[in-house]
Design a binder for this molecule. Structure first.
Ligand code: HEC
Length: 117
């Protein structure tokens, strides 16, 4: 091969490596997978919500009147948006926890993952 051909081959190889790296970095920084969001939401719910809301279907009353998350998830009116709006607004009977928007996303994904149908 001529010297020129070698240089071309090298440049092509370097470009290919750069392109691969770019794709990898791009993916790593991209949106979290839905499954990660669900498990992050479950952890938050265990820390913050479980004292009042059962995370699974339950008959045994947790501290009184809070509906369990399975029941909430299966209401026709429950959507990702309704959950986020609820989590970001004031409630009379539920404490106003300070929840960051990405945490509200995770909690909403987790609750929706409990939907049965
Ligand atoms: C101190 C008890 C308590 C804690 C802690 C609590 N909740 Fe509640 N939550 C309630 C009660 C009581 C209701 C029902 C009354 C109401 O809708 O305001 C409720 C209702 C809800 C509803 C249903 C709203 C609807 O559409 O009827 C959602 C969704 C909800 N909670 C999510 C959460 C999440 C997510 C957390 C944790 C970040 C949490 N709650 C923590 C007591 C609590």
């Amino acid at each position: 091969m001529s010297r020129r051909a070698w240089i071309h081959a090298l440049v092509a190889a370097a470009l290919a490596v750069a392109a691969l790296l770019f794709i990898r970095l791009h993916n790593a920084g991209g949106a979290p997978l839905a499954q990660d969001s669900v498990s992050a939401g479950r952890q938050l719910a265990e820390a913050w919500c479980k004292e009042c809301h059962a995370l699974e279907m339950s008959n045994s009353g947790t501290l009184g009147r809070a509906p369990d998350f399975v029941r909430i998830a299966n209401r026709i009116s429950t959507t990702e948006l309704s959950l986020k709006v609820f989590l970001r607004s004031n409630h009379r009977s539920m404490p106003n926890l300070i929840i960051a928007p990405n945490q509200a996303d995770d909690l909403a994904q987790f609750i929706l993952s409990l939907k049965r149908n």
